[in-house]
Each structure stands twice: as structure tokens, then as C-alpha cells.
Design a protein around this ligand. Sequence first.
Ligand code: ADP
Length: 457
Amino acid sequence: HATNKTLADYTKKFESLFTLTPPRMRMIVNGLLEAFEKGLKEPGQVVPMLPAFVFGWPEGNEEGDFLAVDLGGTNLRVCLVTLGNGQFELTQAKYRLTEEQKQGDGQALFDFCAQCMGEFLKAQEEEEYIKVAPDTVLPLGFTFSYPTEQDRIDHGKLIRWTKGFGAANTEGHNVGAMFIKSLEKQNLPVKLVSLINDTTGTLIASRYVNPTTKIGCIFGTGCNAAYMEKIGNIPKLKHLGLPDDDLMAINCEWGAFDSFLHEHLPRTKYDIMVDQASNKPDEQAFEKLISGRYLGEIMRLIICELIDEGVLFLGQSTYKIEIPYAFDTAFLSLMESDPTDELLMVIGIFSHFFAIDTTLEERQFFLALAKLISTRAARLSACGIAGLVKQMDCLDEGCSVGADGTLYNKYPKFSDRIHQGLVDIFGDKGKNIQTIHAEDGSGVGSAIIAAMTKKRK
Ligand code: ADP
């Protein structure tokens, strides 16, 4: 035994490392605001504030059949969306992406997307959910949730991969054109109309059903947000000569906040280890403290340190938990939903997945850790939202935040903790900001944007 500390002492230590006080949160909000401003002013900034070439809000009279392909971080989704009368219907299929596809050749990845779409479309026709008349083409919205630089709605140059992707020959390329090439190989009756980010899709889909929506957020494999900005507040778009009062959706890519210089965020040594061992060290600094891809890994690194120090699991074989990324964020979620005093769910996770026996004291410690790590994530998310609320100056008026992603949807109390964070930042007025789950936001949003694009032409 290296020390005589009890697990309760360790809990205290991690509490002080992971707790964000309100003054600290307000400092982070100010840092975010500065970064937003820089991003709107000039291209190529750390938080790039990417114009999405979606001009203003949907009107509610968008209609028709649309296909949407959503390349997220974990799954590929293909949807058929029917819009009409301010409502939508959606059928979808999900396909799991393999590590080889994420790291292989970019064109092959898009070929796979097109292939899945072909299969899906065929199945829809067989089930007679849709009939594509000869000589017609279905408009297709491509939700591609990585930072892309756009100068029109159906083009997008990938700035850099995030969320663990690394497919070759894609960064710096127009992913719209790459996807069209893959679609042509499949000879499908579809036409790519719009290329969007999942946050922009969530923003538009939420607004379609809730007119108080001003922000769209994703809390999944990654973390990011979009909002609607006045053209007059986007100096880097001055050359387009558009009216100052027109609106443009901005994909913030706030996951990149505090990358490289690391001046603002309270990173622990575990966060630094996650970062340095990632395929993109120093990038996506904000996202690495928040999103589903990383929370389990942060917890795993703490557990491994305590194994090395001889504090946990003495005499047991621990190789299974020593594998990078072996501890999924879903485990933290499951622990926090354990209703038993004995923490039977925690027993199950450790014995079933890692062949490790745990004491009640250890289980209570893990539950405390899960709470600390996920609460910090939710409070940092609140900082991001608060930054956009200040940017739009809409605290008094209030607004809804359309939110989606497995972390938001499945993690117990994640949204409550965001709301508490907003109150800690703004006081009682923080209650004017509410997050709402945006059902199928990225797919439906993609369809609505495709419809808006068709109307504009
Ligand atoms: P994507 O961002 O790729 O569209 P999701 O929104 O489904 O996909 O998010 C996937 C992430 O959610 C993964 O990082 C995974 O670890 C995490 N996750 C999976 N299940 C849960 C859960 N029950 N609670 C919290 N996070 C989860």
C-alpha cells in the first residue's frame, strides 16, 4: 500500500479537481465569447464559427419527400423524411461504422455511405413507403458532422477530422463532391442538395416545431452547437454584400475552444493524458472534457492510476480495464441510474465486463467519480450555451436550446445539471434558458434545409 488514504479521501481529492465554481464558469463564458468574436471576424480561427449557408429560419410550409444521410461519429444513419403541414414523418436505418472505415480511405468511406443509402432506398421501395417515379430524383441532404468550410450549401471542404476519425485523402477536400462521386457509382435517383452539420440540422428541426428555439446543440460522440447570426455581425462575410439584417446559421465548432494554447479550461492530468494519447493531440480541447467519446476514458485513467498505486483491486487481474477506451461512457450512465443501495449495477459492470470484484466502498467511489466527471461536462456545456446567449443578448427574452445526442438523451440528469449550471452563471435569469430534446434533429433538419434550399433556387 502506497498511502494510508481511504477512498473517501480520494473522493475529496477528485471533488476539488473536477468541481467548477460559478466564478470559474463565468471566466470560461468570457473566454468563449472572445473566441466567438474572433471566429466571426476572420477565417481560420481556433473556434472557426463556420457560416453554414442556411439563410434564416424555416417558414413551416416546407414539403415533400427527402432523403438524409447522417455521418455522425459512431453510426451512419439513412432517413426518409416526409414534410408537410409543419409536421414530419421519418423512417430510418442505422449502420455501425467500423474502425477500418473511420481510418481507411475517405472515398471508400463515402462509397459505404452511398451503398447503405442504396440498400435503404431499395428496402423503402419494396415496402412501398415511397415510390420514385422514373426520371425523377429525390433531393438528398447530407449531414456531415465535422468542421467543413463552406462557400455554398452543397460544398464543404473538410478542415480536419474530429471524434477519432482519420480517413485518408479527405482533409482539405470537398466532401460534397466526394459523396456525389460515390452516389454516381451506385447510380441512385438522388441529387445532393445540401451539406450540413448535425448542429445546424438540430437548430432548424427544433425551430420547425418550437419557435422559441435559438440554439441547436449536440452531445454525442462529440460536442458542438449552432445558432443564427445577423450577417452584420459576421465581418468575415462582408465581401458577399448581403444585407446586414439577413440571418445566417453559424456552426460554431465550439469543441475546438481552448485548443493549442490551453488558457481557459481547467484540465486535470487525466484530461491531458486523454488528449496526448488521442489521434489529434491539442485539438478539440473543450470537446475532450465534455463528449461521450471521452468521459469513460477519463474515468478509466483515474481507475488505472489507483490500480498502479495499489489502492484498488489488490490481488486481482486487471488487464481488461487497462485497455484504452475499454470503459464506455455508457457505464457511467448505467452507474448513475443504479437505484440499489448495494449498487448492484456497478457490481455487474465490473464483474461482467472486466472480471473484477468490487467492495461497496469502491462502488460508492466509482459512482462519486461518474457524478463528478459528468457534472463537469454538463456545467461546461452550460458555459457554451451561456456564451451564445450572451452573443445573441437574449437572456432577458429567454430561449429554447434544441439538444440531441446520446449523452444528452440517455445520461441521467445531464439536462438538469446543464440547467443548474445556467442558474449558477446567470442567477435566476438562467431559468429563461431551457434545453429541449430535438427528436431526430439532424435527419429532419437536413430534410427541412434541403426543402428551404429548393425554395430559394
Ligand atoms: P453520434 O455523436 O455519433 O451521432 P451518439 O449521439 O449516439 O452518436 O453518441 C455516441 C456516444 O454516446 C458514444 O461516445 C458513447 O460512448 C456514448 N454513449 C452510448 N451510450 C450512452 C449512454 N447510455 N449514456 C451516455 N453516453 C452514452
